[in-house]
Design a protein. Structure first.
Length: 345
């Protein structure tokens, strides 16, 4: 608590308390939704489904870990000074960031800056660390958006969901398409999109006092980001392929869980579920750990795909548990990483 308060110290105690209160309210609301869903779908049925998975949970955890193992390759590739960051350190930073995200309920808002700080301990400057983490995060977001668009539109066309759900799916797909288009224009024209947003927040008075940004520093950081996204197409293509490859273990994880649950899923089901479920982390980014909304969304997706809604809740719960296992690994790596001496930049 004191560490977090120190990080928010520039905002003042009242702003920190307001932020903490909001996160607490959202967490409690999510927990309440989780309880309601559990009760309505049937606790006995859900826990029976979870128990049915048995030892299949072990390869599921392994596949989720493999997802991060692959994404660590993308992080390593995004470092401006190639060869400076070893793969072992990249993996430790990747998993440590996941641990911070899980334990602080902060999502990428704190996890990505924390990864950047950890990279400074491996010899990068803060600008280089931020550029590497934001670049990797953005390229992953590009892949996520593209997969979500395809999955949502396919479900609308092939499964004929209720009009309200179909409309919401189309709106989300359109927003993702707009995000990809805006990113493409910003990269092609070398626009300082992040700098523009930060500068706008500063002019609006959102960023004040010691939080007022040094725009030259921000633009220099964005130059490092654009060096991958625009100036080195071969590197961008390689990182995109890595991020696409990182999605394969997640689909395979769903395949393993669905097969263990034996709920009549088709071979296409894991792909559609994964593509659709990716919207949860973006649309509900400010709900801590997407508590409740993840279980509800999975149940809804399963219902649309003519699968038991209780199985969707069970899969979401199992994925939450396996994330905690990886969080424990990340905590051990975080302790090791922060104990290691700082490498001079």
């Amino acid at each position: 608590m004191s560490v977090a308060r120190n990080q928010y110290g520039n905002l003042g105690a009242s702003q920190y308390d307001e932020h903490l209160m909001l996160r607490t309210v959202l967490l409690l609301a999510g927990a309440a939704l989780l309880g309601v869903l559990l009760w309505r779908l049937g606790p006995a049925d859900i826990f029976a489904l979870v128990g049915r998975v048995g030892w299949a949970f072990v390869p599921a955890v392994g596949l989720y870990t493999l997802h991060h193992v692959v994404r660590a390759l993308a992080l390593q590739a995004c470092v401006p000074r190639q060869g400076l960051l070893g793969y072992g350190d990249a993996l430790a930073v990747r998993l440590s960031g996941e641990a911070i995200q899980s334990l602080t309920f902060s999502g990428p808002v704190l996890a990505e800056p924390a990864r950047a700080w950890m990279l400074t301990r491996r010899g990068l400057t803060l600008q280089e660390g931020l550029a590497a983490t934001v670049t990797e995060y953005l390229i992953s977001a590009f892949v996520t958006a593209a997969l979500s668009i395809g999955g949502l539109l396919y479900i609308v066309r092939a499964y004929n969901p209720p009009p309200s759900l179909a409309g919401a799916s189309i709106v989300v797909a359109a927003l993702f398409a707009a995000f990809l288009a805006a990113a493409a224009v910003a990269v092609a024209r070398r626009l300082y999109l992040i700098g523009t947003i930060v500068g706008g927040l500063s002019r609006l008075g959102v960023l004040r006092g010691r939080l007022r940004p040094d725009m030259a520093w921000v633009n220099r950081t964005e130059d490092l980001l654009l060096a991958v996204l625009r100036d080195r197409p071969a590197l961008l293509g390689r990182v995109l392929l890595i991020e696409v490859a990182a999605q394969v273990p997640l689909v395979m994880e769903l395949f393993v869980l669905l097969r263990a649950l034996d709920v009549g899923a088709t071979p296409l089901s894991p792909i559609l579920i994964e593509a659709s479920a990716k919207t949860i982390g973006i649309v509900f980014m400010f709900v801590p750990q997407q508590m409740g909304v993840a279980e509800g969304t999975y149940a809804l997706i399963f219902d649309v795909l003519a699968l038991p809604a209780a199985a969707g809740f069970a899969v979401a719960l199992l994925r939450r548990i396996r994330a905690l296992v990886v969080t424990a690994i990340g905590l051990m790596l975080l302790a090791r990483l922060t104990r290691r001496p700082l490498v001079p930049s």
